[in-house]
Design a protein around this ligand. Structure first.
Ligand code: FAD
Length: 430
């Protein structure tokens, strides 16, 4: 019987925590390895029931097929908006327009949902875990603002499942990245927990970092003082999207440019993100991301929102009088989020499946190209990830890799390559 070991052996784990929560024997624990938290199975107590592999979103991201690949990874759409919260205080502390926090607040206030699973820390020294907040707790914490903002790291949803097992009648709001929501939904299906009474708010997701990035930032910005917390983007510096804000122990916080974060991305990433094409979070009732459409933007940040289900429509209606919003077309979001570029990951996933002879990682998506042409890009991406994975034990490898990536090619070789290209285009054609 397959277990979640298949995911860890093939670098497909997204650290979502659901395997641990469904294991009937409590045989799964999480340990940090190469900057990611991975499940380990106790072989003595494991009964090989296979439940952990069945709910694992790392082993499969299934899609409802549409005619084209772009449509399939866009998913169902009822309507789309660009929007932001009318609560100015919230907008200062939220990731973008504060739409996720506003919808959550209004739904809890109205009594339509009882609990939200969300995060309450910016300290990344341990694995991030979502926590259940009742309406009273969430509204009490509102002014302290420990829940908004994006954590660009893998988050465990183990507590969500534990809670749902014990409170089958609760009506909850689950916020998550695509792999998080897929893991939670698959586990609910397996445990026969009704999904209709729960709202799934999906965050658009390009990729997450691995936890080694925190050590890397610590080493380059504050080598002598440990960093205790980090805002991946903070509007206090430079408006939206804002710079990174670091909180060193017993010292004044400081800011560093967002561009430094972007530079680290391709090194510090769990390998699973390389095979994921679900940027727009197709399993959600409402998907929310940053507004890069060039329409209805605002200095303090705004969101693009895709409402996908009737449940999503009802949630939106409850919150809309607290939001400024304009209707937009899905094509504007597809273009702004460059979802076609994301299809590269589809072919990376195919190459991974062939190399390790396992099933399709993205079933349901029509293929429009051959994976072979992506082979060298895939190998290059893996080399970068390897350097980031071993960073804490061997920082030299990463430094060498960065140097190698930024090396300017020899001018003579460049000249010869250009000549060969010219000959191919002009002479061979004749
Ligand atoms: C890993 C990651 C990658 C992203 N990539 C993109 C992208 O490529 N393009 C894009 O447009 N948008 C992306 N987003 C979404 C974007 O950063 C904002 O989260 C989104 O626009 C919502 O903004 P907001 O102001 O409404 O959120 P807020 O009102 O600040 O609320 C955010 C909510 O999400 C919760 N949360 C934060 N991080 C996580 C997490 N990792 N898992 C579960 N819950 C979390 C918070 O606790 C809070 O409740 C990404 C988000 C994440 C977490």
């Amino acid at each position: 019987m397959k277990t979640v070991k298949l995911a860890t052996d093939h670098n497909l784990c997204s650290s979502c925590g659901v395997c641990k929560s469904i294991c009937p024997k409590g045989s799964i624990t999480y340990h940090r390895s190469n900057g990611v938290y991975l499940p380990t199975i106790d072989n003595i107590t494991c009964i090989s029931c296979g439940l952990c592999a069945e709910v694992c979103p790392g082993l499969k991201h299934k899609y409802e097929p549409y005619q084209t690949a772009s449509e399939t990874i866009t998913g169902s759409v009822i309507k789309c908006h660009n929007a932001w919260s009318l609560d100015a205080g919230l907008r200062h502390v939220s990731a973008s327009g504060g739409v996720v926090s506003t919808i959550t607040k209004k739904l809890l206030e109205s009594g339509k949902y009882d609990v939200v699973f969300t995060l309450d820390t910016y300290d990344y020294r341990d694995q991030l875990q979502v926590k259940p907040y009742s309406a009273v707790e969430y509204l009490q914490d509102w002014n302290q603002s420990s829940t908004p903002k994006s954590r660009y790291l893998p988050v465990s949803h183990e507590n969500t499942i534990q809670y749902l097992k014990e409170h089958r009648d609760a009506r909850t709001i689950v916020i998550g990245t695509p792999c998080g929501l897929r893991g939670v939904q698959a586990t609910m299906d397996k445990l026969r927990i009704e999904k209709d009474q729960h709202l799934f708010i999906g965050l658009f997701c390009d990729k997450v970092f691995n936890y080694n990035v925190i050590q890397y930032f610590n080493d380059i910005y504050s080598p002598d003082i440990p960093i205790e917390a980090l805002h991946f983007k903070n509007k206090e510096s430079g408006g939206w999207p804002g710079d990174m804000k670091f909180f060193p122990k017993n010292e004044e916080p400081f800011y560093r440019p967002l561009s430094d974060r972007a530079k680290a991305k391709s090194y510090f990433m769990p390998e699973r993100c390389l095979y994921c094409v679900d940027k727009l979070n197709v399993c959600a009732d409402i998907s929310v991301g940053d507004n890069y459409t060039g329409q209805n933007e605002s200095e303090l940040g705004s969101n693009s929102v895709i409402i996908r289900t009737q449940k999503g429509i009802a949630a939106w209606k409850t919150a809309e009088n607290c939001l400024e919003f304009r209707r937009i077309d899905i094509s504007a979001i597809q273009m702004a989020q460059a979802i076609d570029r994301r299809l590269e990951n589809l072919y990376f996933g195919d190459l991974h499946s062939v190399e390790y002879s396992h099933a399709d990682l993205n079933p349901g998506i029509p293929r429009e190209k051959s994976a072979d042409e992506y082979c060298s890009a895939w190998k290059q991406a893996l080399r970068k990830l390897q350097a980031g994975a071993v960073y804490c034990s061997d920082p030299i490898i990463l430094k060498k890799q960065i140097k190698c990536d930024n090396k300017k090619p020899n001018p003579l070789i460049r000249f010869i390559k250009r000549g060969v290209r010219w000959i191919k285009q002009h002479i061979i054609k004749l």
